[in-house]
Design a protein around this ligand. Structure first.
Ligand code: C2O
Length: 351
């Protein structure tokens, strides 16, 4: 029988289902918590709003601070759930079948290709950012985002391409190092467009995936996925392009599984994963706002109780295990963060 929210079984984290020729490590279960998970509680409503701003705009000092946060995460003991190693593992565990549905050990929890895609990644980044803030000793620190949807952001930011930086990952496609312009609907084939044409093409892709093809929650978010269902019922527009395509564009096509960014199990090992996903998260909010501004009640989030009650497990900045529901992450204001510093130029790029 199927129905009800997807709930992760915290006692069952097993062997991930890895592709052939995967790179070590081969396990991705986060450390066991000595205590039961606590339920998520919202930050103080009077806490300052943390504004995430684009990498290309925040300046060198801010990016150096972000690099320091990542270096501090990398320096934590690997058994610490807040370490960079374990943060990457969380993503691996949620997309390789290491985690199972509560009461249904035969069914994996898969947070891609369904309506769990946006809320899972929002919660994941929320805790990543809180951990970074704690390690920096700056509770109001906001992570920068990689705004590949606006012309100024359509390259890998140079800070991530500097081999001496903690933000660097050598396992990427060397052809796509800066100044290569991103290809938002990349499918493993080089378009070889001149930059101007590629930029225009990218703006069209954005319009198509955010507006033309996404007038309903099932089209934007992805298909319903309930307890007892098989994984991957269907992805939303933005998950496929530009989300998946930018993973594939960044990863190393010469490796069997296009590591690190181009395959689920290793994507979180690349520090660019997090600013990439902050942009995805920003696009979710943009989609809702565009719908609301048009008074279009269909272009809005699901209200399905199974979606709202689905839940995930994360470690917070104090290394406490927390259960977060989809309902908890719907309002960025209540999470005390927002996005700024960049517009939506593709809104006028209707093909
Ligand atoms: Cu969980 Cu960008 O993938």
């Amino acid at each position: 029988s199927s129905g009800g929210p997807i709930v992760t079984d915290l006692l069952w984290c097993g062997k991930p289902d890895l592709p052939a020729h995967a790179l070590p490590p081969y396990r991705c279960c986060p450390p066991m918590s000595p205590t039961e998970p606590i339920n998520f509680t919202f930050p103080d409503p009077s806490a300052p709003l943390r504004t995430r701003r684009p990498v290309h705009e925040v300046g060198a000092a801010y990016m150096a601070k972000y690099a320091r946060a990542v270096a501090l995460m990398k320096a934590l003991n690997k058994s610490d759930p807040r370490s960079f190693y374990q943060q990457a593992n969380i993503h691996c565990a949620y997309c390789t079948g290491a985690y199972r549905q509560v009461g249904r050990p035969e069914l994996p929890v898969q947070i891609h290709f369904s309506w769990l895609f946006f809320p899972f990644h929002r919660a994941y980044l929320y805790f990543f950012e809180r951990i970074a803030a704690k390690l920096l000793g700056e509770p109001d620190f906001a992570m920068p985002f990689w705004s590949w949807d606006v012309p100024e952001g359509m390259r890998i930011p140079k800070e991530f391409a500097d081999a001496a930086s903690p933000l660097y990952d050598p396992i990427r496609n060397p052809r796509h190092a800066p100044p290569a312009v991103v290809d938002l609907d990349y499918m493993d084939v080089e378009k070889n467009y001149p930059d101007e044409k590629q930029i225009q093409h990218n703006l069209w892709v954005m319009y198509k995936q955010m507006i033309s093809n996404a007038p309903l929650p099932s089209l934007f978010h992805g298909q319903p996925y309930r307890a007892g269902d098989a994984e991957k019922p269907g992805a939303g527009t933005v998950e496929i392009y530009p989300h998946n395509s930018m993973h594939g564009w960044t990863g190393d096509i010469a490796r069997p599984n296009h590591e690190d960014m181009g395959v689920y199990y290793s994507a979180g090992r690349d520090p660019i994963f997090y600013p990439h996903h902050a942009n995805i998260d920003r696009l979710w909010e943009a989609w809702r706002r565009i719908g609301a501004a048009r008074g279009d009640r269909r272009q809005a989030d699901f209200t399905d109780p199974d979606w709202l009650a689905s839940s995930f497990l994360f470690y917070d900045e104090e290394a406490r295990l927390v259960r977060v529901t989809v309902r908890d992450v719907l309002d960025m204001g209540r999470l005390r963060y927002g996005y700024g510093g960049v517009g939506l130029p593709w809104l006028s790029a209707r093909p």
